[in-house]
Every structure is written in structure tokens, then in C-alpha cells.
Design a protein around this ligand. Structure first.
Ligand SMILES: Nc1ncnc2c1ncn2[C@@H]1O[C@H](COP(=O)(O)OP(=O)(O)O)[C@@H](O)[C@H]1O
Ligand SMILES: [Mg+2]
Length: 379
């Protein structure tokens, strides 16, 4: 380990009411100081609950939460170096911009020139210098968003929690705010924990992403790690567009898909093991039928501005989505070419530790044979 983590969850389980199902199930993770983290997952998977636990608005049912190495399970919210930007901003409509930002400091007894200096500085950080006397009701959605951020950073928290702060904005403003937030995090150097259910937003903004589903972390890693090497069907499907089909390992470096053998880069699985296969649409190249590794028929084609999105079917009736700058003709028989590395083999039910170990063994070239048992024949 290089540096001490600022936040650490150790087997944290959360039930809101005894007898209810757990909304977080033995969740463990570490957050390093000064990075931009994103909790990504569908609605109801437990993202807000994790923020509430970090902020101290609720307590874990089991497990420990550490802040700078000390357990904080029982530390009240107002004694934590954490501030939250809520989805609805929770600004005071009857106060102007200055007073909204100053509110928390006034409660702490800060006043006069010291107060003005801090508020002015926070507003400058979010590009709202000169808006001090504006009423909240006169501010646009994007400006309100920035006031909410200024109000959070004026307290100089060590961690800023942002709960879907961009979801109320239209697409253009949302993209602008993504850049602004990312830039703000770099300038402030504080740890951001950002929540979204939007995978593109997560990929664009984060140093690290935790992908959640039903109260568990499915995978954690950089945007590239998660996009390039999804751990399972859920992550592959949730992050970006994918072709996901069942396959069967024939032996090391060879997998059967829709009745045909293909060279792949995976090893150490059991011969005959049923696996999930992912091939990204941009990794499929259109060729003549003879030159392709797979032959398909074009079903539909959409122009997406940068590329064509082409839907094809193979003879086993699997759908294959292709992103190509080259046009195809609906009904045409074409070939699809792809490199062995384009095939991502996902072992059914593999844990993150097992998955990481398997991928590392490929890099080392060690080729550790796995112990049996992984080949459950699902669906
Ligand atoms: N105060 C609460 N009391 C009981 N159940 C709750 C409470 N808050 C959230 N939940 C439940 O916990 C689960 C996770 O919710 P939440 O953390 O808000 O998810 P997300 O932010 O990912 O949408 C949901 O099933 C939700 O209904
Ligand atoms: Mg939520």
C-alpha cells in the first residue's frame, strides 16, 4: 500500500430496519485522498446509502467505517470533515447567493471580514464572482448547481460527496458541468465521491469507479479497466454497449462461440467450462464474408454521426452489434473480423479477487491453472 486511505469500509452491511433485507451486503472498499471516485449503479442499488454512511446521516448495521485510519461509526455528522451536494441542491430560496454560501459558517460563528473572504473565495472557485447579491430564484439551474457546490466547499471539507448533482440539468449543461466539476476537483485537490447512474458520465469524470448492483460492489477500477475488462455480464451490460453471448472454453486460448472455435487470450479455465463472452461493437470490423472470422447477415443500420450502428445476426441467431465508419447494406451477408484480444471471457460467478488474479497471471505469462469447480452450467 502506498498511502493511507482517507475512507475505508470494512464489511459494511446496512439494514434500515431490523428484519428488512440488507441494502448493503458486506461492502468493503478504500478511498485514497485527493482522487475523483464515482459510485455507479442503477437506481436502488445503495449509492445514496453509502454517501449517507460516509456523511454520518446513518450508521452501519455491521462492519466498520474508517476515516484517516480511525473508526467513525459513532461520530456524528457535524464532527466529520465531509460535505454533501444533494441532487435537489437544497438551497434556501429566501436567501441570496452570499447568504446561502455563508450559512454554515455563520452557524459556526465565523463573521465579518473572515466570513466575506471565505465566501468570496468559494464563489470565485465556481465562477460566480459578482453574483453575491443575486436571489436564488434569479439563478439558472447550472448556476444553482454551482452555488450548492460553493456552499459545500466553503467549509473546506476533506471529502465532498455529490449525489447525482447533474441529473436535473439538460444534456448540454450537464456535459459542461462534468468538465467544471472535474477541473474543480483538480484545483481543490480534495477527495470527491460522486454518485451517478449514468455510465458515460462515470467514464468521463472518474479516477476510479465502483460499479454497484443490489448492495454489492461488482467491480472497482479505472474507467479503462472497467470498460476493457468487465468482470461479468452485469458490468459489461451496464458499461457501454456490448455483445454478450454464452461460450465454452475448448482449451487454453480457444473458446467456442455459436458452434465455432476462436483463438482467445484466456487461459487457466477448465476445458468445457461454460463462460460469458463479451465483444465490444467497436472491436468488430466489417469484411467480405470470406475474410471474416464470423459470417452474419445485416438486419438494421443506424447512422450515429461518428459511426454506423449495425445490427447483424449469425446463423445461430445471435445478434451482433457493430460500430463501423463503413456502411453496410441491410440484408447483405458480411464477414466480421476481430482480434483474439477482442474476446473477453468472463467466468461465471467469479469474485473480484479471483478475476484480478486471473488477469494478472496472463500479464505474468504464468498461466496458473485454476482449481476446478468454476464451471457451473448456468442458464
Ligand atoms: N430511509 C430508508 N428506509 C428504508 N429503506 C431505505 C431508506 N433509504 C433507502 N432505502 C432503500 O435502500 C435501497 C437503496 O437505496 P439508495 O441507497 O437510496 O439507492 P440509490 O441511491 O442507489 O438509488 C432501496 O431499496 C431503498 O428503497
Ligand atoms: Mg440515490
Amino acid at each position: 500500500m502506498t498511502e493511507e486511505s482517507i475512507i475505508r469500509f470494512e464489511h459494511v452491511t446496512k439494514q434500515y430496519d431490523p428484519g428488512d433485507p440488507a441494502v448493503l451486503k458486506s461492502v468493503s472498499f478504500e478511498i485514497q485522498r485527493g482522487k475523483f471516485y464515482t459510485l455507479l449503479g442503477p437506481s436502488g442499488c445503495g449509492k445514496t446509502t453509502i454517501l449517507r454512511l460516509i456523511a454520518g446521516f446513518t450508521e452501519p448495521s455491521e462492519g466498520k467505517i474508517y476515516f484517516n485510519g480511525k473508526v467513525i461509526n459513532k461520530v456524528p455528522a457535524n464532527n466529520r470533515q465531509v460535505n454533501t451536494v444533494f441532487q435537489d441542491y437544497a438551497l434556501f430560496p429566501h436567501l441570496n447567493v452570499f447568504e446561502n454560501v455563508a450559512f454554515g459558517l455563520r452557524i459556526k460563528g465565523v463573521k465579518g471580514a473572515a466570513l466575506s473572504a471565505k465566501v468570496t473565495e468559494a464563489l470565485r472557485f465556481v465562477n460566480l464572482s459578482g453574483y453575491e447579491n443575486r436571489e436564488i430564484t434569479e439563478m439558472s439551474g447550472g448556476q444553482r448547481q454551482r452555488v450548492a457546490i460553493a456552499r459545500a466547499i466553503v467549509n473546506e471539507p476533506e471529502i465532498l460527496l455529490l449525489d447525482e448533482p447533474l441529473s436535473a440539468l439538460d444534456l448540454k449543461l450537464r456535459t459542461e458541468m462534468q468538465y467544471e466539476l472535474r477541473e474543480l476537483q483538480r484545483r481543490l485537490g480534495i477527495t470527491f465521491i460522486f454518485v451517478t447512474h449514468d455510465q458515460e458520465e462515470a467514464l468521463a469524470m472518474s479516477d476510479e469507479i465502483f460499479v454497484l448492483s443490489e448492495g454489492t460492489i461488482q467491480q472497482s477500477g479505472t474507467p479503462n479497466d472497467i470498460y476493457d475488462e468487465p468482470i461479468n455480464r452485469f458490468v459489461a451490460d451496464f458499461i457501454g454497449e456490448s455483445n454478450i453471448v454464452k461460450g465454452r472454453m475448448l482449451r487454453d486460448f480457444e473458446v467456442e462461440i455459436a458452434g465455432h472455435p476462436y483463438e482467445c487470450v484466456d487461459q487457466g479455465l477448465n476445458d468445457g467450462e461454460i463462460v460469458d463472452i463479451v465483444i465490444r461493437p467497436e472491436d468488430l470490423e466489417i469484411t467480405s464474408p470470406e475474410k471474416g472470422k464470423m459470417q452474419v447477415r445485416v438486419d438494421t443500420q443506424l447512422f450515429r454521426g461518428v459511426h454506423y450502428e449495425i445490427s447483424c445476426y449469425d446463423d445461430a441467431n445471435n445478434e451482433w452489434l457493430v460500430h463501423s465508419t463503413r456502411k453496410a447494406a441491410v440484408g447483405e451477408r458480411i464477414g466480421l473480423y476481430f482480434e483474439p484480444e477482442a474476446i473477453h471471457v468472463m467466468r461465471l460467478g467469479e469474485t473480484e479477487e479471483e478475476f484480478d488474479r486471473r488477469l494478472e497471471s496472463y500479464e505474468d505469462g504464468a498461466g496458473q491453472p485454476a482449481q476446478g469447480g468454476g464451471g457451473s452450467h448456468g442458464s
